[in-house]
Design a protein around this ligand. Structure first.
Ligand code: HEM
Length: 219
């Protein structure tokens, strides 16, 4: 029955070709370090799923942000779990993406013909760091407020353009409701859009070019 439905659909949309390209492609003999990219992908999906659930109760205003996070943690069924997965997932993602990048460096997988895969990865790393920076402010507690005060001050240190950058990032001279709204918007709309598009491109290149083999001595 399932085969018949599968065949029916395949004749119309051609899904088997896509499935085979993704899941039945040939890969060289590799080791566990080659799973770090997939682990990063898994955590990214976890962040998107739990992040969407958190927005159901989270309110991005100075009056309600802190209380809404407390409410999620103590009152919402499994809210502590969803928040915990998102909170620890954020740290795990930074660690995994960095380890994945180190694997790529140590095996020389950034070389021809994978330079563009590497460049898209560099932007993915910046996006991952951006998620951490903007997400840190959202609980709007003392730690979040002062960490972002320090972080945005650092962004304002370059000569000539520093003041301009600081005002753009904070949405004014001080941290305020505008900063919180801005960080929330970037955290839930701008960065996820870039992450999804860029991850799709990154995966397209990985599938198109194929995984690099472990380099042999003297190569
Ligand atoms: C959200 C972040 C990222 C995700 C989800 C991701 C995902 C993946 C996956 C699933 C693979 C194939 C399996 C593997 O080689 O582990 C891969 C390969 C690759 N990634 Fe990433 N990646 C990310 C970030 C990065 C970063 C930060 C870099 C480097 C700056 C990078 C550069 C590469 C390169 C060059 C390959 C090809 C490796 C090869 O052919 O051996 N990626 N990525």
């Amino acid at each position: 029955m399932t085969t018949r439905v599968g065949n029916w659909l395949d004749e119309r949309v051609g899904w088997r070709k896509v499935w085979d390209a993704i899941f039945l492609r040939k890969i060289p003999k590799v080791n566990w370090l080659f799973t770090l990219g997939s682990a990063s992908l898994f955590i990214a999906l976890n962040q998107i799923f739990t992040g969407i659930l958190l927005t159901i109760y989270y309110v991005p205003t100075p009056d309600h942000a802190y209380d809404s996070v407390q409410f999620i943690t103590t009152q919402v069924p499994a809210g502590w779990l969803i928040r915990g997965l998102h909170h620890y997932g954020a740290s795990a993602m930074v660690i995994l993406v960095v380890l994945h990048m180190l694997r790529v460096i140590f095996y020389g997988a950034y070389k021809y013909p994978r330079e563009v895969t590497w460049f898209s990865g560099v932007v993915l790393l910046l996006v991952t760091i951006g998620f951490g920076f903007t997400g840190y402010l959202l609980p709007w507690d003392q730690k979040a407020y002062w960490a972002t005060t320090v972080g945005t001050s650092i962004a304002g240190t370059p000569p000539l353009i520093g003041d301009f950058i600081l005002r753009i990032v904070r949405g004014g001279d001080e941290l305020s409701a505008v900063t919180l709204a801005r960080f929330f918007g970037v955290h839930v709309w701008v960065l996820p859009t870039i992450l999804l598009l860029l991850t799709a491109f990154h995966m397209y290149l990985v599938i198109r070019i194929g995984i690099s083999a472990i380099p042999k001595r003297g190569e």
